[in-house]
Design a protein around this ligand. Structure first.
Ligand code: PMP
Length: 416
């Protein structure tokens, strides 16, 4: 792409010094054509790539940004702590204050521990569950993502079968398959791990049914196992009290990360009193797990989300986007399948093929018009998505649908 010269040069340089050109889920090679790999800045609901093109951002750094890029209150809290020391010989007082905030905010929480990434937090949950129960088996849903470490990585490259020896699977929202997995684990059941909702890559999202949520809780109670809710992706976007609290179900252990500090690297595990003693015994740590600035950012982020009722703001913005896209799609002869909560939408085209050719083409057209979407992973709304930003995005997607309609015969045979 000649209109992305800086991005192209960086990719060429990276090819020599970064294996595969880029690692992990943010690698642009896996995105629709024309997507930039490198960015230079973000402000509010917008990001700018290294070639100076600005986009209305519906990925929010894949979740971490919830109050908009560079939220002033959060950045002030970070600057204040950073000016006093970045990494010290122990945590700052923010650690205690943040733990107090989480205990007050998250219904099931009697305590909190901090890490850096969601994978750290999920691994800590599993370690604490095994320590408390003295058991080994952990149940996870087929296709669910819980992190990039051997016990749960979606890829088996470089992973041994021993790493996964005590993992059993069930189907999300299928109580019979859950019961089967519980039975297979028998007396060795340490934990059932569930996502806040089903947000697996490339398939329609599903909220947990009330029956499934209650069955998971009941199975853990009966077996004396831990119910672990992986709230890394959804935490603080849907319900500040914890995502499964919406369904009247309290977790024993929850993992949070992504949005907790509006883009600053932090994760948290919360737990109830039953798991407190085990949580004090397990050896979980990291060089950067104590640094204060990110915890200061988290306190500012959670305070702001409570003050403005962030989840309600994002739900409203997401619904405005959803309704707008549905109306445009219908006008141009397409039918969308929009799933999941409006604050974390997945937008798919009915009748699309397995590689999401249509979704892919739509995203490319939207990107050309200044809107950054994703066609296979859920997107993320933030509180910086004002009505005006949503409406600007919808102006662009209108053009994207029109362009798509020109290259694809309409199901009805009519001209758009
Ligand atoms: N659990 C869920 C549900 C996630 O979405 C993610 C990250 N996408 C993780 C765990 C792992 O978090 P991290 O990438 O911060 O290690």
């Amino acid at each position: 792409q000649t209109n992305s010269p800086r991005d192209r040069i960086l990719r060429e340089r990276a090819a020599y010094v970064i294996p595969g050109g880029m690692w992990g889920h943010q690698r642009a090679a896996a995105l629709p054509s024309g997507y930039p790999q490198y960015f230079s800045s973000g402000k509010g609901a917008r990001v700018t790539d290294v070639d100076g093109r600005e986009y209305i951002d519906f990925m929010c750094a894949w979740g971490p940004v919830i109050l908009g890029h560079l939220h002033p209150t959060v950045e002030a809290a970070v600057a204040q702590q950073s000016a006093q020391g970045v990494c010290l010989n122990g945590p700052t007082e923010h650690a205690v204050t943040l733990a107090e905030r989480l205990v007050a905010m998250v219904t099931h929480a009697d305590w909190a521990l901090f890490q850096k990434n969601g994978s750290d937090a999920m691994t800590t949950c599993v370690t604490v569950a095994r320590a408390e129960t003295g058991r080994r088996k952990v149940l996870v849903a087929h296709g669910a993502y819980h992190g990039a470490v051997p016990w749960c990585s979606p890829s088996l490259v470089g992973v041994t079968s021993e790493d996964r020896a005590h993992l059993l699977h069930f189907t999300f929202n299928d109580t019979a398959s859950l019961a089967q997995a519980v039975e297979a684990a028998g007396e060795d059941l340490a934990a059932i791990v569930v996502s806040a909702f089903r947000h697996d890559l490339g398939v329609p999202q599903e909220m947990p049914s009330a029956a499934f949520a209650k069955a998971a809780r009941a199975a853990c109670d009966y077996a004396g196992a831990a119910l672990i809710v992986d709230d890394v992706r959804a935490g603080f976007r849907l319900n500040l009290a914890g995502s499964w609290q919406t369904h009247g179900v309290a977790a024993d252990l929850s993992a949070f990360s992504k949005a907790i500090a509006n883009g600053h690297a932090l994760a948290a595990v919360t737990g109830n009193d039953r798991f407190r003693e085990a949580a004090s015994r397990v050896f979980v740590t990291g060089s950067f797990w104590y640094s204060g600035a990110q915890m200061a950012a988290a306190i500012a982020t959670l305070d702001e989300l409570s003050r403005i009722d962030g989840p309600a703001v994002m739900q409203r913005a997401g619904q405005r986007l959803r309704d707008g896209l549905d109306a445009q799609a219908a006008h141009y002869g397409f039918e969308l399948r929009q799933s999941g909560p409006p604050a974390m939408p997945l937008v798919q085209f009915n009748g699309d093929d397995a590689t999401a050719t249509l979704g892919d083409a739509f995203c490319t057209e939207a990107l050309r018009r200044g809107v950054y979407l994703h066609h296979r992973h859920n997107m993320f709304l933030g509180t910086a998505h004002t009505d005006a930003e949503i409406d600007s995005a919808l102006d662009a997607t209108e053009g994207a649908f029109a362009a798509l309609a020109k290259t694809r015969p309409l199901p009805s045979g009519e001209a758009a």
